[in-house]
Design a protein around this ligand. Structure first.
Ligand code: AMP
Ligand code: GLY
Length: 429
């Protein structure tokens, strides 16, 4: 079967690499892809949000399965158009994608289905929002309702900060995404994610993972798309794990019944906070996480092509996941200045040497080849360097050893990925 993956990050490189090893895959395409996906698939210059162009390509190249990586094409309804044309799609339709595309929709979904989450209220005008904040007091969380590329959330420690965040939203700081504002109770506790394959109202969870969102060591600096990750998460207790699995199952069941988020076929991402009252949902995403995918998929021993096609075709009974019981730690190498402005076009050296180390895989994000055929930087997050091993320490040491072998001008990385997990739960509180 010919397969098309939409997206250009390290997440899509991890998906494409696993699919390239699938017995199901004949031709494999990634659109638009990056400097790493071209080694495992054919890169296609297509805009993933242009449904007509994607459909055209799929028809002309006899594509039997389309895997949608990022949220934007899902929210834009690309899955709907492909499905209507009879092509199997891994990724929810527009209705399901509302779980990420509208925070208010997601909160209502959780309320109706009794999924534990922070208390909330939603507003479309400034004055009632300000009155609510003053009544609730700080700390309090202010979110733009729509997609804001991860920048629409302010955890406000003071009333002044909260009021400023609400004003910014209504003043258009996030465009249409901020026309509605969701205000939430501030939860406390360690965060982790659980990805789950969802189809036909059933959930097939993957191991928990944990992202590191801040740019610099010690969780300081600005928020980023994610600077490092590991899986599984040793601080999660058996009870918490059971609750998380149950929450994902209830969410999956509701995607079958709810009507608005119906017939969900893809990955559901549960972002959890492990509060004193048990795990609660911070947010749902409707796709694989980045960088979470880079440490979760390498541990999947089952054939990803078969799993994704079964999800896409609603054949829940055919899904059987087999996982390796090793550990994986991923460190993101970013360009100098990220998440602010950064240079492009710097030559990247040492990836082959790093990948010669058993247990090391390097996933590309912001990379491309220049006119001379050299691999160069082409984005803020450049690579995710993953080490896998029989213990957390070995996986982590391997990832960092591999990072040292890779060089480009201004290479930026965090040195403390996974340290908190190694130090145990008490270091979180
Ligand atoms: P998001 O962009 O929705 O992933 O939110 C970004 C970050 O804001 C999350 O990873 C949390 O650290 C934090 N956050 C979001 N909602 C809450 C909440 N209700 N209480 C505490 N922190 C939150
Ligand atoms: N790592 C967070 C996300 O993918 O949304």
């Amino acid at each position: 079967m010919n397969i098309l993956v939409l997206g250009s990050g390290a997440r899509e490189h991890a998906i494409a690499k696993a699919l390239s090893e699938s017995e199901l895959a004949d031709a494999l395409f990634v659109a638009p892809g990056n400097g790493g996906t071209s080694a495992v698939a054919e890169n296609i210059a297509l805009d993933p949000e242009d449904a007509a162009a994607v459909l055209d390509f799929a028809r002309n190249h006899n594509v039997g399965l389309v895997v949608i990586g990022p949220e934007a094409p899902l929210v834009a309804g690309v899955a709907d158009e492909l499905r209507e044309a009879g092509i199997a799609v891994f990724g929810p339709d527009r209705g399901g994608a509302m779980l990420e595309g509208s925070k208010e929709f997601a909160k209502r979904f959780m309320e109706v289905n009794q999924i534990p989450t922070a208390a909330y209220a939603a507003f479309e005008a400034l004055e009632p929002a300000l009155a609510y904040i003053r009544e609730q007091g700080a700390p309090i969380v202010v979110k733009a309702d729509g997609l804001a590329a991860g920048k629409g959330v302010v955890v406000a420690e003071t009333l002044e900060d909260a009021e400023e965040a609400v004003r910014a939203c209504f003043n258009g700081a996030f465009g249409d995404a901020g026309a509605k504002v969701v205000i939430e109770e501030c939860m406390r506790g360690p965060e982790c994610s659980m990805l789950s394959f969802v189809t036909n109202g059933r959930s097939f969870p993957m191991a928990p993972s944990q992202d590191h969102k801040r740019a610099y060591d010690g969780d300081t600096g600005p928020n980023t798309g994610g600077m490092g990750v590991y899986s599984p998460v040793p601080i999660v207790t058996d009870d918490e794990m059971a609750t998380m699995v149950d929450i994902m199952a209830r969410a999956a069941a509701a995607t079958g019944a709810d009507g608005e988020a119906h017939d969900y076929r893809g990955t559901l991402y549960g972002g959890f906070m492990l509060t004193e009252d048990g795990p609660k949902i911070v947010e749902f995403n409707v796709r694989f996480g980045d960088p979470e995918t880079q440490v979760v998929l390498p541990r999947l021993k089952s054939d990803l092509g078969h799993v994704m096609l079964a999800v896409a075709e609603g054949r829940a009974d055919d899904i059987d996941l087999d996982w390796a019981d090793d550990w994986a730690v991923g460190v993101v190498l970013a360009a100098e200045g990220y998440p602010g402005s950064y240079p492009k076009g710097d030559v990247i050296l040492g990836i082959e040497e790093a990948e010669e180390m058993p247990g090391v895989t390097v996933y590309h994000a912001g990379t491309t080849h220049n006119a001379d055929g050299e691999l160069v930087t082409n984005g803020g997050r450049v690579l995710t360097v993953v080490g896998t091993g029989p213990s957390f320490e070995e996986a982590r040491d391997l990832a960092y050893e591999a990072c040292e072998k890779i060089n480009f001008r201004g290479k930026q990385l965090r040195h403390d990925i996974g340290l908190k997990a190694l130090r145990g739960r008490s270091s979180w509180e």
